[in-house]
Design a protein. Structure first.
Ligand code: AMP
Length: 387
């Protein structure tokens, strides 16, 4: 493993440090849902879109790729503009594939965990239509759909689009490349006059411009986000492969080359946390550890030392680290992969705060590579292998 020199850089602009979801107009209930997912600092597309989309009924064009946080950028304003007492579909999100549709609906479900009940449903081709027809008989406020299936459902009178206030075209370029142009025309002809259209696309081919010209307000707000504005772009996500028995050696090597920096080593279980603490202490490393079995007084002592910089390294489980407000870290080290994908966001989000750079290092056995791939796919993170 190569030592990783961390540099301190000045923040790109003021909004990088100052923007919080609260300052963008996001409600405390939605913020609570975001925080439960480890989402605490808005991304660039979120800063640029959320206040505008919450406040006024406008058309919007966002040139942004997957991984920039665009789903939250449009979902949060939608959620905040839903009237939960009105049992009608009020927002429609169109997307190219079943997988993306499921992901969007899942994210919205989680963002609304602490709000008044808002119901989201996802419908897509390749699945029995009857089950979706009966699902739509229940109260639905937000509908996520692939265009072809939406039209099938409409032909069967299973969906009513008349109360829709907002239509989102997510990954619009992808929808065109998989052949949904005609279907999109049929849908937008019905919706574009009575509702706002928010279009998100990574590229702007001619057919997208046609859609914009035919169905959207010429005064639509346009925002362009580039690739390096992806979620946690200031975090370098890296990994090293080793056998289980070599993990301790690899960690010691890493700690030696980062001895002046503060970081957390994450484990999945209490047992491994305790064991690792003992092993490192036996090697004369000054490390602290927190886990669920510690008494409050012991926990406070460790945290004081860590916060006061007397202790550079803390070994922690996901749950025990949840309550501590230490986030200005140079690195997080994943000695074991987390149980749930979103814990990865929690863990790595503790580094790279306020314009600083940070590293998030995974130590994986050959068997764990597939779990790392899952994190990579779901969070759109590119992991670089350490040599
Ligand atoms: P998207 O670009 O919408 O596909 O989002 C990519 C991933 O980033 C999703 O797993 C989101 O849950 C996550 N995410 C969205 N916004 C943020 C944020 N502000 N901070 C950290 N993670 C985020």
């Amino acid at each position: 493993m190569r030592a990783n020199k961390l540099e301190l850089t000045l923040p790109l602009n003021k909004s990088d440090i100052l923007a919080s979801f609260k300052s963008l107009g996001v409600t405390p209930e939605v913020i609570q849902g975001l925080e439960a997912l480890g989402i605490v600092k808005p991304t660039e597309i979120q800063v640029q879109s959320i206040p505008k989309l919450i406040k006024s009924p406008i058309d919007f064009i966002g040139m942004a790729q997957t991984g920039t946080g665009k789903t939250a950028a449009y979902s949060i304003p939608i959620i905040q503009n839903i009237d939960p007492n009105e049992p009608k579909i009020q927002a429609l999100i169109l997307c190219p594939t079943r997988e993306l549709g499921q992901q969007i609906a899942k994210q919205i479900f989680k963002f609304t965990k602490f709000t008044e009940k808002i119901f989201v449903e996802a419908v897509y081709g390749g699945e029995k239509i009857e089950a979706q027809i009966s699902a739509l008989r229940r109260k639905t406020h937000i509908l996520v759909a692939t265009p072809g299936r939406l039209l099938d459902l409409q032909r069967r009178k299973a969906v009513d689009l008349r109360q829709i206030k907002t239509v989102v075209l997510d990954e619009a370029d992808e929808m065109l490349s998989v052949g949904f142009k005609k279907d999109l025309d049929l849908i937008l002809e019905q919706t574009s006059r009575g509702s706002n259209t928010w279009l998100f696309s990574a590229t702007m081919p001619k057919e997208i411009t046609q859609i914009i010209n035919s169905y959207m307000d010429p005064a639509a707000v346009k925002v362009e986000i580039n690739r390096d504005q992806r979620v946690n772009a200031d975090i370098a996500h890296q990994y090293a492969i080793c056998e289980q028995a070599q993990k301790i050696e690899a960690l010691v090597f890493f700690l030696k080359s980062h001895k002046d920096e503060r970081g957390i080593v994450f484990c999945k279980t209490k047992r491994v946390t305790k064991q690792l603490h003992e092993q490192l202490t036996a090697k004369n490393y000054q490390v602290g550890c927190i886990h669920g079995d510690l008494k409050q007084i012991e926990r406070d002592k460790v945290m004081r030392a860590f916060k006061g910089d007397k202790l550079k390294v803390l070994i922690a489980t996901d749950i025990s680290a949840r309550g501590i407000d230490v986030d200005n870290l140079a690195y997080v080290f994943h000695y074991q992969l987390p149980d749930q994908v979103e814990y990865y966001t929690h863990r790595s989000g503790r580094t790279a705060r306020a314009g600083k750079k940070g590293v998030s290092i995974l130590l994986v056995t050959p068997k764990e590579i597939k779990d790392m791939r899952l994190i990579s796919q779901q969070l759109h993170i590119e992991f670089k292998q350490l040599q």
